[in-house]
Design a protein around this ligand. Sequence first.
Ligand SMILES: [Cu+2]
Length: 354
Amino acid sequence: MSRSLTPAALLVLAACRGPAPSARPAETPRAQAVTSPQEVPDTNPPADLSHGEAPIGGPKAEPAPRLARLDPAEPTRVHHIRLEMKHATVPIAPGVTYAAWTFGGTVPGPALHVRQGDVVDFTLVNAGNIPHSMDFHAAEIAPSKYYVNVMPGDSLHYRFEARVPGAFMYHCGTAPVAMHIANGMYGALIVDPSTPRPKAAEYVFVQSEFYLTPKPAADGSLSLDWQKLLGQAPDHIVFNGMASQYATHPIEVHPNELLRLYLVNAGPNRISSFHVVGGIFERVFQDGSQASPLVGVQTVNVPVGGGSIFEVRLREPGDYPFVTHAFADATKGAVGVLRAVGPGGTPEAGGATH
Ligand SMILES: [Cu+2]
């Protein structure tokens, strides 16, 4: 079996490379405009792989990617969680830094993990210079009491029970909410069901967008372009805060092991059409619902403000891109690679024949 490119990927490659110079026919100016490499938008050069929307496996990008592996929930029934809201400059793409508003100094904020019925004992501290707040989608409490603005230098403390399992977004809810989310104030809170799910290698991804001003600040960082946000024209769409980080640094997994991918879509605007190239989802818990998971499906939308749980096995060793199949968005950085390494590829799993 030879590795081949899909027609769509061939089109991308052809568009990016343009015709070979020796074979270049006499072209009209219009035809040149379509095929000239100079006219290709500012995207990553494609990798030699179907859906290779970004270079895979190097050169070594700095900084190192954020770990996507989800740590197990602490074996306690009360989780003391303290998040400090502060402004920080963070990398969002190779060579691009962003003047972000954060939970805990990173974008996204830390991935939180508890079990159904656990209590979250939460302290929110505002170390920034403008009001911020917190909205936990995993909580069932009165926003008018708890999702209130916390002034600079002030803090807020409360408890809630994580009663419902799922993959939940948390975010700053201070108006304009789109601005606070676009600036980086979001994260994932995973709530395991009281009956444990089957053992799996678990990863958490938060998809989100960045809308960049054209000119950097004195420190070189870029910041939010509000008009681009309103026009829903992001410059970068990312998994876990940085464009294409898991393409340049593939996530190593094993063939045939059960993978459980938690995808929270922070937006603030773009739906995620989540897909693993070369895989079919065994089960998808749409928006985290335990009832009637989808079985044997290829692509499932995750709405903005939602989170779904995807279970998949990669049947033989190799590189398996994962994307939002809305390809303008994958081109802007919402692409990664699961690299299946080690023994595997059993015949009943459809294993290697080449
Ligand atoms: Cu905020």
